[in-house]
Design a protein around this ligand. Structure first.
Ligand code: LLP
Length: 430
């Protein structure tokens, strides 16, 4: 059992919806990311339904997975986009997401990116989430040069512990993100004085993969108080953007329920009578995808047995980077009486960190067999690299009994397409 309805064993074979993964492996090769359309729809609808009685914009955090087919599908369901670069902004628009549903976050926006966002469509994007005073000044200057006023929310750092991995905690005072809660009124006053800005909202995002609701509750309470104070100071706050962070189940954790999360919104935020924006990434796509891989070798070393896969840390960096746990299942269902034995499951990349799992109890697996690394819909292909000159793994979208390649595997020509032999330019004058 996988615990995920979209990826289940049927007649002894692990399937994505109704397509056996072995069929995809044969057609596309491995490694390959496989996504389920039904899973994307289910996750989006579950959150949208939980919030249906409130004016909520679900602005999908594009960084989790920026494949255009996924973006298009989420967009068709009604999603907007949370983007953190000019590149993501252009991808969201290419996928047909209206600029009026796009929010631009990030601590280091450039002048060029601001320009792009202000000119998007004819109207510009819905909101800039601004993280510092120098950014406020630059945005005001760029907007003024275009004769417009940029809609702005300040990202508030509430100094709340999200109780998640330290590398993805963002709402503590020591993190680089946002403007301290204590200084919020002062910085809002400054924003209101700048000619190129229109203060419209408040933004907060305390971290990713939150498994408890308490940090959200603490944050929402603080934000509701702040909105009251900002309004009292004369700011027209129309949108509260609560970021992403809803955790998912990777192993046997209990992930928070969308309905319970929505209940917090209803309690603390809905009474403010403004638009609510959410920026879920992982929640929408994390469990909608897996990484399909082949066992290249079973290596019996002195102290342990290694399964050496054709997928590596360049395809899925989360275990190496965050000590993240991903379930790994054989594509061919093991016998129900198969004994489990501990193995290290590793990639082919030349680093010891290229390890997906250590001492993982697995049924007997032979070389040439396929494995599925689950929960690889979020922060997997979007964080992939071509390290070791390994091609990016292709991406496959499944819909019922059909599948489609939505990103092919690059050839060596594709991989070197941007390189060129040096044409030396001289600095010498005349
Ligand atoms: N909004 C902002 C401002 C963010 O920084 C993020 C994630 C999100 C929304 C979406 O968060 P989510 O709903 O996906 O938790 N690479 C890491 C996760 C990095 C998250 C960065 N920011 C990982 O693989 O766990």
């Amino acid at each position: 059992m996988t615990g995920l309805p979209w990826f289940a064993y049927r007649d002894g074979a692990l399937c994505a919806e109704a397509v056996p993964l072995s069929r995809i492996a044969e057609a596309v090769g491995t490694p390959a990311y496989v996504y389920s359309t039904a899973a994307l729809t289910d996750r989006y609808e579950s959150l949208a339904k939980a919030c249906a009685d409130m004016p909520v914009l679900i602005a999908y955090a594009t960084k989790a997975n920026a494949n255009l087919a996924l973006l298009r599908h989420l967009g068709s369901l009604g999603a907007g986009a949370d983007v953190v670069s000019g590149g993501e902004l252009q991808l969201a628009m290419k996928a047909g997401i209206a600029p009026s549903k796009i929010i631009f976050a990030g601590v280091g926006k450039t002048r060029e990116e601001m320009m792009l966002a202000l000119k998007a469509g004819n109207t510009g994007i819905a909101q800039f989430n601004v993280e510092s005073e120098p950014e406020l000044h630059l945005l005001s200057e760029v907007a003024s040069s275009l004769g417009v006023r940029a809609p702005v929310a300040l990202r508030i750092n509430p100094d709340v512990d999200a109780k998640t991995h330290k590398k993805i905690t963002t709402g503590k005072a020591e993190n680089k993100f946002g403007i301290s809660y204590r200084r919020a009124l002062e910085v809002y006053a400054e924003a209101a004085r700048l000619p190129g800005l229109k203060v419209t909202g408040v933004h907060v995002h305390i971290g990713s993969q939150l498994l408890e609701l308490a940090p959200f509750e603490q944050t929402f309470q603080l934000i509701a108080e702040l909105v009251g104070e900002l309004r009292a100071a004369g700011h027209d706050i129309r949108r509260v953007d609560l970021g992403g962070g809803l955790g998912i189940r990777y192993d046997d954790e209990t992930a928070p329920d969308a309905a319970d999360y929505a209940a917090l919104l209803r309690r603390y935020i809905a009474p403010l009578n403004c638009e609510i924006a959410l920026e879920p990434g992982r929640y929408l796509v994390g469990n909608a995808g897996l990484l399909l891989t082949r066992v290249n070798f079973v290596k019996r070393a002195e102290e342990k047995t290694f399964l050496i896969l054709d997928a590596g840390m360049n395809d899925l960096v989360r275990p190496a980077m965050y000590e993240a746990f991903h379930r790994i299942l054989p594509v061919k269902a093991p016998n129900s009486d198969a004994a489990l034995a501990p193995v290290d499951i590793v990639g082919p990349v030349c680093e010891t960190g290229d390890t997906f799992a250590e001492a993982r109890p697995m049924p007997p697996v032979k070389h040439g067999e396929f494995l599925a690394i689950l929960s690889a819909g979020a922060y997997s292909s979007s964080m992939a690299s071509m390290y070791n000159a390994r091609p990016l793994a292709p991406e496959v979208l499944v819909r019922g009994a059909e599948f489609a390649i939505v990103r092919r595997r690059p050839s060596i020509e594709d991989m070197t397409a941007l390189e060129m032999p040096p044409t030396w330019r001289s600095e010498a004058k005349g």
